[in-house]
Design a protein around this ligand. Structure first.
Ligand SMILES: [Zn+2]
Ligand SMILES: [Zn+2]
Length: 276
């Protein structure tokens, strides 16, 4: 599947990275821990770094793009401090000595004190100028950590929502490398609901109608044309596809949390605790 990447999902916005196979309810689910490269006229920005295991693939994809004339990497934006999003951060900063790390940069200096002088805080509305286009920090409506920022590319109107629009896909059905609208056999409400259940526990305890309304407002205010999620397939028809993902979030909120992947049936003394 990595052969289909890099894939240009909007002019100058390249989807890179690889799938991660997981077992759930006896099926093989694929998830992405994607990264995206935005090519401006004077600089490029990498959004997310992929899972640590993906770094060789991401590095190769970036190399292919630079060989095709994409401007040098000057910025790395990561949505939050979690391994599938920032697990390649140290290697990006090492390999691209001119690149600055941007976003909420809490705690990264503790892991990489040698790069602290290359870390730049961003707050809502702050922009990184790439020449002819910029990347802006925007409200993270559906988030994992409190330190999350989403990003928005201003020329092609691409939203980078990190853990928002998170859903798996099926390798066997040929979904790898497809955008959401091409994966016609993918049941988006179902896979969105499953991802929320496994990875975004707070959605079980919140009124997801309020969050979905807020998401609609953000999309309308920014005029979003493409959505580039870290875990889901990119969305190129916002009007048609966003309601399906929202239906999954709302459905997941109404059923109890099922716990983590592939449980072994509980027996004996531990069973009562597991059931609770
Ligand atoms: Zn995530
Ligand atoms: Zn896949």
């Amino acid at each position: 599947m990595a052969g289909k990447m890099p894939r240009e999902i909007a002019p100058g916005v390249f989807w890179i990275g690889d799938c991660l196979a997981q077992r759930h309810k006896g099926k093989t689910y694929h998830g992405y821990n994607a990264a995206y490269l935005i090519a401006g006229e004077t600089a490029s920005c990498l959004v997310e770094t992929g899972h640590p295991k993906d770094f060789p693939v991401i590095e190769r994809h970036m190399g292919e793009l630079f060989a095709r004339g994409v401007p040098a990497l000057k910025y790395l934006f990561v949505t939050h401090q979690e391994t599938p999003h920032c697990g390649g951060l140290g290697r990006v900063l090492e390999n691209f000595p001119d690149a600055l790390l941007c976003g909420d940069v809490s705690d990264y200096h503790l892991a990489f004190p040698q790069y602290e002088h290359r870390m730049r805080w961003m707050h809502e509305g702050d922009e990184i100028d790439l020449g002819g286009r910029s990347l802006m920090a925007v409200e993270p409506v559906i988030r994992d950590l409190r330190t999350t920022w989403w990003a928005f590319e201003t020329r092609e109107r691409v939203l980078f929502p990190g853990d928002g629009f998170a859903y798996s896909h099926y390798h066997e059905d040929g979904h790898c490398g497809l955008v959401a609208e091409e994966a016609t056999s993918l049941d988006l409400p179902d896979v969105s609901s499953t991802f929320a259940d496994l990875a975004l526990f707070w959605t079980k305890f919140a009124d997801m109608n309020a969050y979905c309304d807020r998401l609609d407002l953000l999309i309308e205010r920014l005029g979003v044309k493409t959505i580039a999620p870290t875990h889901g397939l990119p969305i190129t028809d916002v009007k048609a596809t966003v309601p399906k993902v929202q239906a999954g979030l709302k459905a997941a909120a109404l059923i109890p949390e099922s716990g983590t992947n592939e449980k072994i049936p509980a027996t004996g003394a531990g069973a009562a605790r597991t059931a609770a």
